[in-house]
Design a protein around this ligand. Structure first.
Ligand SMILES: [Zn+2]
Length: 195
């Protein structure tokens, strides 16, 4: 496969996402993946939405490696501050990235994927996913929680960010990030952290 821009060997597949659906996908070389990430400047719409010390984000891009050229290469998701300009990058395992890609495709899979089964189970038990939040960064690894409301009772469940994002997509729940974990940079070089 060739890079869409320069014809060199493509090493990454980029998915652009709007309203939780993949709208465009393209194969690019490593250099163009970086260029594109910097060129696709966010367009602030309205004001950033905050809830206490949490800031709302939306899924903007999914990067999947076609060929790894260095050990640090991995699939990742780019989150974009809702109504703001900040971005952050969350590294994903191959399986988690594959699941997210399928969840973000406009066409549904005939049988439920695990996060969709979780969403249905939660709904059947009278629970509602209030939001997911990335709340901790420990030794380069993000930690996330699900905040669930069931008849006025509140539950908080610890989860990996990749799983939490998949559940947020399946439940159509908002995504929040603790303000102290948001990289200050705009566009350029979002902090990478592992799943
Ligand atoms: Zn290229």
């Amino acid at each position: 496969m060739q890079c869409y821009f320069c014809g060199l060997k493509a090493t990454q597949q980029l998915f652009f996402i709007a309203a939780r659906q993949i709208t465009r996908e393209t194969q690019v070389c490593a250099d163009h993946a970086v260029t594109l990430l910097q060129r696709e400047q966010p367009r602030p719409q309205g004001e950033p939405f905050t809830e206490g010390r949490l800031v709302q984000f939306e899924i903007e891009q999914l990067h999947r490696m076609l060929i790894s050229t260095k050990p640090s290469d991995s699939d990742c998701i780019i989150l974009q501050e809702s109504g703001g300009t900040r971005r952050m990058q969350v590294t994903l395992g191959r399986c988690e990235a594959s699941t997210l890609e399928r969840l973000l495709q406009p066409q549904r899979t005939p049988r439920p994927l695990t996060p969709e089964a979780f969403a249905r189970t939660l709904h059947s038990l009278g629970g509602k996913l209030v939001h997911i939040a990335i709340t901790q960064l420990l030794q380069g690894t993000y930690f996330a929680v699900l905040r669930i409301n069931q008849n006025g009772r509140r539950f908080e469940i610890d989860l990996r960010p990749s799983d939490a994002l998949a559940v947020a997509v399946s439940c159509q729940a908002p995504i929040f990030v603790l303000v102290s974990l948001i990289p200050a940079d705009v566009g350029g070089d979002p902090t990478a952290a592992s799943r």
